[in-house]
Design a protein around this ligand. Structure first.
Ligand SMILES: [Zn+2]
Ligand SMILES: [Zn+2]
Length: 160
């Protein structure tokens, strides 16, 4: 994404407010493809400082992700924070001055993706043995109720 800064480049301390909506391409993240629902809403402040243009703001977007417990797809709103200093050395100041923060936006959106999204804090997930969605009711398996500490103990006993 490119921000035109020709109006603040001459004035040290000048602040420019930028608000825009932009489609962000789906992202490939640890073998998962994360779809992004609708345009991302971005609100930035660009500040002309001594040796850089400082970009601070939020990127609001809706991720289409799979619940890590029950594997249902759901929409997860996230806010990616952005705080990026673009060195003045990197900025072409002649002509229509602009800064490009495409990569920075991408990096920060990555950081906002949760490792294990859950559709609901109380999501019971699926039974690892029979695949029953435990949100819809219990199954008869013993598997999903095994206490991880007991499982460890069992392993220890097996060794003897
Ligand atoms: Zn779930
Ligand atoms: Zn089961």
């Amino acid at each position: 994404m490119i921000i035109n800064i020709s109006d603040i480049r001459e004035n040290l301390g000048a602040i420019k407010e930028v608000k825009l909506e932009e489609e962000i391409e789906d992202i490939q993240f640890q073998d998962r493809e994360i779809q992004i629902d609708g345009p991302a809403k971005m609100a930035f402040q660009v500040i002309n400082t001594e040796d850089s243009f400082l970009v601070v703001g939020d990127i609001d977007l809706n991720l289409n992700v799979k619940c890590s417990r029950c594997l249902d797809e759901f929409t997860l709103p996230v806010t990616a924070k952005l705080e990026e200093e673009v060195e003045k050395d990197r900025v072409e100041l002649s002509g229509a001055a602009s800064i490009n923060i495409e990569e920075e936006i991408e990096d920060n959106v990555f950081l906002a993706i949760p490792m294990k999204p859950v559709c609901d804090e109380d999501c019971a997930g699926i039974c690892p043995s029979c695949g029953q969605d435990l949100n819809e009711g219990d199954c008869d398996c013993f598997m999903h109720t095994v206490d991880p500490r007991l499982a460890k103990l069992e392993q220890l006993l097996d060794k003897d």
